[in-house]
Design a protein around this ligand. Structure first.
Ligand SMILES: NC(=O)c1ccc[n+]([C@@H]2O[C@H](COP(=O)([O-])OP(=O)(O)OC[C@H]3O[C@@H](n4cnc5c(N)ncnc54)[C@H](OP(=O)(O)O)[C@@H]3O)[C@@H](O)[C@H]2O)c1
Length: 237
């Protein structure tokens, strides 16, 4: 059966990647439960499938170091979605992109041991120096002096031909792309769960109030059981 996100169309900018974010959130606005996100702790199996369907439309999927340390897997699609990607002219798997300042990543992680394409690690000179040799041999290490979202997008556009970039968190990574007015769309799964714990994280977290987009449009709403699948489009000045 076709998924409601099987056929997605995006307005691609001329000079930078189109950027979207996808997150699952509880009814009380939390994206972690007890400080982590485990499979099933917020979203359903259908939400997990939806995450993969959304990935299938993107050239690259990016996550921050903390998320990758918790979920050290390739940010890819299952084999049954590869064909549809190739038919659309995309590579069989999206590129996995990891942001790390510290270089604190595990070389034994499946992301480095069992990946369909070498992941790209965007880091500082210090982070690159800290990366284990095994990771350097299995990944493409990109050093940015200022790893702002603008610089990250420029690098991915120029060196890796990324035209559609999916940001999959966590909240501090999402925040930066929103603050830089680079987020074009957001996919949110509203999961029928309550978390409550004060220290759990929300969808975007940083040290400033975020700018408001000039326009925020609700593009679509889908319901599956008691979960809602929301898609919003932002227009920045
Ligand atoms: N509900 C959901 O859909 C969802 C989705 C994703 C994640 N999560 C959860 O979110 C939590 C993690 O979120 P978080 O906000 O704490 O962390 P995060 O955004 O996953 O990672 C933050 C880390 O990413 C690296 N980083 C971020 N921006 C960078 C930049 N511009 N340049 C270089 N490195 C950069 C740094 O890594 P280093 O520390 O290595 O320097 C930083 O400490 C986890 O519990 C995860 O399970 C939930």
């Amino acid at each position: 059966m076709d998924h409601f996100y099987s056929d997605l169309h995006f307005d691609l900018p001329d000079k930078r990647p189109f950027v979207a974010c996808n997150m699952v959130m509880s009814l009380d606005g939390k994206v972690t439960r007890g400080g982590v996100l485990q499979p099933g702790s917020l979203g359903s199996a259908f939400d997990l499938h939806t995450m993969r369907v959304i990935r299938s439309h993107f050239d690259a999927v990016l996550a921050g170091g903390s998320t990758v340390r918790q979920h050290p897997f390739y940010l890819g699609v299952p084999p049954e979605l590869e064909h549809a990607r190739c038919e659309k002219g995309l590579a069989f798997q999206p590129l996995s992109v990891v942001l790390t300042g510290s270089g604190r990543l595990d070389p034994g992680a499946p992301l480095f041991q069992d990946s369909p394409r070498p992941p790209v690690i965007i880091t500082s000179a210090e982070g690159a120096a800290n990366l284990p040799e095994e990771i350097k041999n299995r990944a493409v290490v990109e050093v940015l002096e200022q790893s702002s979202p603008d610089a990250i997008c420029a690098l991915l556009w120029q060196k890796h031909q990324v035209r559609r970039l999916l940001v999959e968190g966590g909240p501090s990574t999402n925040f930066q792309f929103m603050q830089s007015r680079l987020l074009d769309e957001i996919f949110i799964t509203l999961a029928p769960r309550l978390v409550g714990l004060r220290t759990d994280l929300t969808l975007a977290m940083g040290d400033d109030i975020l700018p408001w987009p000039q326009d925020t449009e609700l593009v679509s709403v889908h319901r599956q059981g008691s979960e809602l699948f929301l898609r919003y489009r932002f227009r920045w000045e």
